[in-house]
Design a protein around this ligand. Sequence first.
Ligand code: G16
Length: 543
Amino acid sequence: MSLHHIPTTPFADQRPGTSGLRKKVSVFQQPHYLANFVQSIFNALPDYQGQTLVLGGDGRYYNKTAIQIIIKMAAANGFGRVLVAQNGILSTPAASAVIRKYSAFGGIILSASHNPAGKDGDFGIKYNMASGSPAPEAITEAVFSQTKTIREYQIVDHADIDLSVQGQTLVGDMQVEVIDSVSDYAALMADLFDFAAIKKLLASDFRFCFDAMHAVTGPYAQVILEQELGAPQGSVINAVPLADFGGGHPDPNLTYAEDLVEKLFADDAPDFGAASDGDGDRNMILGKQFFVTPSDSLAVLTANAHLIKGYQAGLTGVARSMPTSQAADKVAQKLGINCFETPTGWKFFGTLLDANQVTLCGEESFGTGSNHVREKDGLWAVLFWLNILAVRQQSVADILRQHWAEFGRHFYTRHDYANIDKKQADILMQGLKDQFARLPLHRWGDFEIQHCDDFSYTDPIDHSISREQGIRLLFSNGARIIYRQSGTGTEGATLRVYIENYEPDVSKQQQDSQQALAPLIAVAQDVAKIRELTGREQPTVIT
Ligand code: G16
C-alpha cells in the first residue's frame, strides 16, 4: 500500500448549508471535489489518529464511489478503524445510533436527504460528532475555512472494499469493518417502545401502510415493522432502495408522497399511514383521511410521552425550530417543562440534548426526534405514533381533535417558492428588513403586527450566536409569519413562508387550514410583494 499526497486547488463553493454540503452529482464528480471536502473535514478536526469513523449513506447515486474514496483517505489520514454499512446503506438516524453505540470519533454521512437522486440529481456529505450530532456551526465554518486554502489531500492506493459482505479487511494499518445496517438501530427501537403492544395492534383489524419512497428506510421498515412486529407483508411499500429513488422526490409531504396520500385519502383508507425521506430522518404521519402537521405531531408526542416505555421517567424539556408552530409550547407549559426555540437545523438541538435540557425535539420540515440519537428519526416517530395508538385505542383524528380541544389548535402552513432567482429572493428579504421600522402597529383587518425582526439565537449552553435565521412578523394575537431562504437546495433560491394562527375556540377548529389562514396568507403576500418579486402566482409546494 502506498500513501499519496495529491496536489489540489480550492473550490470556492464548499460552504456547508443547513445540513452539510449538497450539490449536483456532476459537481461532486469533478476531479478532487469530494476529496478536497473530505480532507478539509479531517484538517478541521483534532486528534483522531487511531480512532473510529462511521461511514454510510442513503444509497443514492455516487454513494458507493464516494465511500471507497473516503475509506482510502481515512486510512491515509491515520484513522484506526472505519465502520462502514453493508452496501453503504445507513440511514441518518442509524448512523447517529452507531456512532454513539461504538463510541466512534465521528461519522461521515453521504446524503442529500429528500433531494432527488440519480446521475442528474443531488449528492451530499456531512460530518457528525462523537455525540452523533451533526457538526455545529463552529466546525462547519472551520471546514469551510479549510476548503479555501487546501493545497493537497492524502489517499492510499488500495483495491476497493467489497461492501456487500459483512466482515473485516485491513487497508494499510486501518481496519475496515462492514457492519449490518439495521440491527443496532432495531435493538435501540425495541428498548424504547412496547413492541408487544404494537404487535397486538398490528394483529388486530388495524390497517396501516408505510411508504419508504424507494429510499433508505425500506430495509429498516421491513425488518422492524414486518419481521419483528408482524405487520402483513406489503405493509411497507416502495421498500427497495434505488440509486435514483425510483425517479421520485422522497420528501414525505402531501405533494411528493403521492402513493401514500392516495391510499390514505381513499374511501377504504387504512387507519394509519406514514412515510420517510431519502435518508430516513423525516416522517409524515397520516390518519384515515387525515393529515397531521409536523408541528402538531411534536405536540402530540410531547403530551403522550408518559405512555411510552422509553420516556416514562418524564421529559426534561422540548425544543422546536423557530418556524415550527407553537403547539409544543402549550404542552410544555402545561407539563411545567422547558421549551426552547432554536434556528432551523437539527444541529442546533445538539447542545440542548447533550446538556439534558430537552428530551424531544421537532421541526416543521417533517422532523421529530429525541435524546436516543442526535438526529431526527423518521421510523422512531412512526413507532412512537403506533405505540400511542396501541395504548389509546383511538383514531389519529380523534387524538388530534382531543388535543386541540385541550390545548387549542395552531393552524399552520408553509408555502415554498422553489428555484426562484437568487437575486430576487435577496431583494425580497431586504425589502422586508427595510420595513421593520414602519410595520409595528400596522393593521390588516384583525391582524396587527406587534414586532418584527431577523431572528438571532444565542445557544444557552455554549453561548454561540447565530444571526439572520429568518424574518419574523409577530402579531399581537400570537399569529406569526416567517420568511426564510432554504439552506438545503442546489439550484437558485427557495423562499419559505411559514404562517401560523392560534384558535382556542373548539367550534372553529375543524376548518381546512388554508381557509382558516387565508387572511394571513394574503398579508404574507402583500408585505413581501411575493408575486411582484418572484413572478410566481402560486407556491410550488404547500405543506
Ligand atoms: C435539513 C435539516 C433540518 C431543516 C431542513 C430544512 O433537513 O436537518 O433541520 O429543517 O433541512 O432546511 P431548509 O429550510 O434550510 O431547506 P434534511 O432532512 O434535509 O436533512
